[in-house]
Design a protein around this ligand. Structure first.
Ligand SMILES: [Zn+2]
Length: 392
């Protein structure tokens, strides 16, 4: 699969609540930061109002080469005027395409999404009259919100006007795959209640989607897919999960993924400690402490290190010394220090987290002992020092 043909991202990028899980406070431009991780985004703001020329110029200019937008057609056309020819929608459409021209001519507008209103039921003649107005130099996708459209007559109509069917995951319509143009378009809305998109997909729910995306990728020229469950940054997290099921993530994407996972973990940790500040001991099982100290990806990598690569050089009541690959680890319970010398350690140790080597050592010592040390580090985080190992 050519990664340039699969364009996955989120619906919108400018959410204040993403500062923390996804953006840092230092990100001056959310769009810039977003485009470092994703190669596509769906512009939702165009549904509510026509953008200014300056805004469209900004989208064009502040996104890298190869970045592709999808944009929602103004709700004025779809929802207010309900695609009624004779209500001035010809001019509305023309005006919209004209204002989007900088994006179109730069090749950065991949598709315009025609989202039909809810309860807009099967009216093929009206839809066809509207399709006849569509310019041919821009690609379109249509999203139905009413199940009456899911019938065999619909697909040839879409094919005739080369409009892509939008494959949806939402509570009201089935997740059917239909390819009606040379592009495919997915939208994941979430399955929450009021609103749907306040929803975090579980991994198991996303897994069946990876083969579906792969299937259409082999048939369509370009595949677009956007997560609309933007609450709490779920869209970012879920999108990266699907991307990872399709192909290995690049370093920026891995960074974003582990940032958001750590953010969730510390949020859980915080709610734990507020809830339980005066109550029962925290969950200090070996597994939950390992998860606390080691980001998901690093723990996975630790598990892949062969036992033969680790040598415990010395183990006493106060000391564990080990070598792993070409590195050293020195845990001193009396001084409360962990010394180690890989490059990743230089990064993670400042936040009192483990790299894969230190995690592997904990996975390799006797579990009871490992749990005791982890609990001591957890309970006395300030006293413990994570430092770099210097060979004597
Ligand atoms: Zn290491």
């Amino acid at each position: 699969m050519e990664s340039g043909n699969v364009l996955l991202g989120t619906s919108g990028w400018s959410y204040k609540e993403w500062i923390g899980p996804f953006y840092t406070k230092m990100d001056k431009s959310m769009l810039r930061a977003y485009t470092k991780v994703f190669n596509s985004v769906e512009i939702d703001s165009t549904f509510y109002r026509y953008p200014s020329k300056g805004t469209v110029m900004g989208w064009t200019r502040y996104s890298p080469e190869g970045f592709v937008y999808a944009a929602k057609l103004p709700g004025l056309i779809t929802h207010d005027k309900k695609l009624q020819v004779g209500q001035g929608i010809e001019q509305d459409l023309e005006k919209f395409v004209e204002v989007m021209e900088p994006l179109i001519s730069s090749g950065k507008l991949g598709v315009i999404l025609i989202q039909l209103p809810p309860r807009f039921s099967y009216k093929p003649k009206e839809l066809e009259d509207f399709f006849k107005l569509l310019p041919t130099h821009v690609k379109f996708a249509v999203e139905f919100r009413d199940i009456s459209w899911l019938r065999s007559e619909t697909w040839p109509l879409l094919q005739k006007y080369k409009v892509a069917y939008t494959i949806v995951d939402e509570p009201l319509l089935p997740p059917e795959l239909h390819l009606t143009s040379d592009i495919a378009y997915f939208r994941w809305h979430g399955k929450g209640t009021r609103p749907w998109y306040n929803y975090q997909y579980k991994r198991e729910e996303l897994e069946p989607w990876a083969p579906k995306v792969k299937e259409v990728t082999s048939k369509a020229k370009k595949v677009f897919g956007f997560f609309n469950n933007h609450y709490h940054g779920y869209a970012v997290e879920n999108c990266l999960q699907v991307m990872e099921m399709l192909a290995p993530l690049n370093s920026k994407q891995l960074e974003a993924k582990s940032r958001i996972e750590n953010y969730r973990k510390s949020a859980i940790q915080q709610s734990f400690s507020t809830l339980e500040a005066f109550a029962a001991p925290k969950n200090t099982s070996f597994e939950s402490l390992m998860n606390y100290f080691t980001a998901f990806e690093r723990l996975k990598r630790a598990e892949q290190i062969q036992d033969s690569e680790l040598t415990i050089v010395k183990q006493t009541g106060e000391l564990i010394q080990a070598t792993i690959r070409e590195y050293h680890i020195d845990i001193n319970l009396q001084n409360r220090s962990v010394l180690h010398d890989c490059a990743d350690w230089a990064r993670v140790s400042s936040t009192k987290k483990f790299c894969k080597h230190v995690a592997k050592l904990f996975l390799s010592v006797e579990k009871q002992r490992g749990a005791e040390i982890l609990k001591d580090i957890y309970d006395n985080e300030d006293a413990w020092q994570f430092k770099s190992y210097v060979q004597s």
